[in-house]
Design a protein around this ligand. Structure first.
Ligand code: C2E
Ligand code: MG
Ligand code: MG
Length: 268
């Protein structure tokens, strides 16, 4: 009671295993839009905790907790399974689905059984591996690159896509990333934020786009909040954007509507 913040964190940590097991986690989905024609070409699944007393809790609060306690592996399995089931449901309805990306933690990347489990989630739900993508971060690679690169190779062999998330805020060089089966680079929103006002950031982003394209990788800009940022990114040849300007992460019903509508044309 002396420290309400740590009380809350303690309580959440105690309850997290139960929350994963008993269905208190839910997924929201944020669309990725191709700048060439504004079609929705992907969704990112973002986990939330629908807590019976505290309401909706965002991942920034419980993912670090899951990572510290080792629960990120079972949480990650839940997310992957939930995505496969969701894709299967949408396909059963006859919807035109797009690949769904899930965020994968450092420990998940060190788990050599992960590709097998993902394969079984996919086949149980009858979903093609090409409809699943993983997002990894630079920091999760640094910890144990040998195993991580084995796991990534196995995921690539299955046909799961691999994207490098939050690119630019870590330490990896593109030269080193080049040796991994990464097809997509997601530029961290910190660079996009100031793209219109900071000539430095604008140059950095333009160079990232050129470099990634030269390495045959696709580029997604994260955290696009303004029309001007979107136009700037389109002008420099960025492939896709994701961000509040086009859509916040949305619950499953709204994600379904987005799949039906298939495009998100900027209103200006
Ligand atoms: P992330 O993978 O980089 O996801 C993007 C985050 O940026 C999301 O926050 C999203 O809501 C937010 N975002 C999107 N567009 C904008 C924008 O235009 N402006 C701003 N300011 N923010 C934007 P969210 O959902 O709170 O997720 C935060 C982080 O939590 C994610 O960052 C990811 O690292 C982690 N996370 C989410 N779901 C999972 C999961 O299932 N497993 C793991 N291991 N981590 C997850
Ligand atoms: Mg992500
Ligand atoms: Mg990101």
């Amino acid at each position: 009671t002396l420290n309400p913040v740590s009380d809350r964190l303690f309580e959440l940590e105690q309850r997290l295993p139960q929350a994963i097991a008993e269905g208190e986690l839910i997924l929201h989905f944020q669309p990725k839009v191709r700048l060439a024609d504004f079609s929705i070409v992907g969704l990112e699944a973002l986990v939330r905790w629908q807590h019976p007393e505290h309401g909706l809790i965002y991942p920034d609060e419980f993912i670090p907790m899951a990572e510290n306690t080792g629960l990120d592996v079972s949480l990650g399995d839940w997310v992957a399974q939930a995505c496969c089931r969701q894709l299967a449901d949408w396909q059963a309805e006859g919807l035109r689905v797009v690949p769904v990306a899930i965020n994968v933690s450092a420990r998940q990347l060190r788990d050599e059984q992960l590709p097998e489990r993902f394969t079984s989630f996919l086949s149980t739900s009858g979903v093609a591996a090409s409809l699943l993508e993983v997002e990894i971060t630079e920091s999760s690679l640094v910890e144990s690159i040998e195993i991580a690169s084995k796991v990534l190779d196995a995921l690539e062999r299955i046909g799961v896509g691999i994207a490098l998330d939050d690119f630019g805020n870590g330490y990896s060089s593109l030269a080193y990333i080049r040796t991994l089966p990464i097809q997509v680079i997601k530029i961290d929103r910190a660079f996009i934020n100031d793209i219109r006002n900071s000539p430095d950031d604008a140059v950095i982003v333009a160079s990232m786009v050129t470099l990634a394209h030269n390495l045959k990788m696709k580029v997604v800009a994260e955290g696009v909040e303004l029309f001007e940022q979107l136009i700037h990114l389109k002008t420099i040849g960025c492939d896709e954007v994701q961000g509040y300007y086009l859509s916040r992460p949305v619950p499953v019903d709204r994600a379904r509507q987005l799949l039906v509508q298939a495009t998100l044309v900027p209103a200006q």
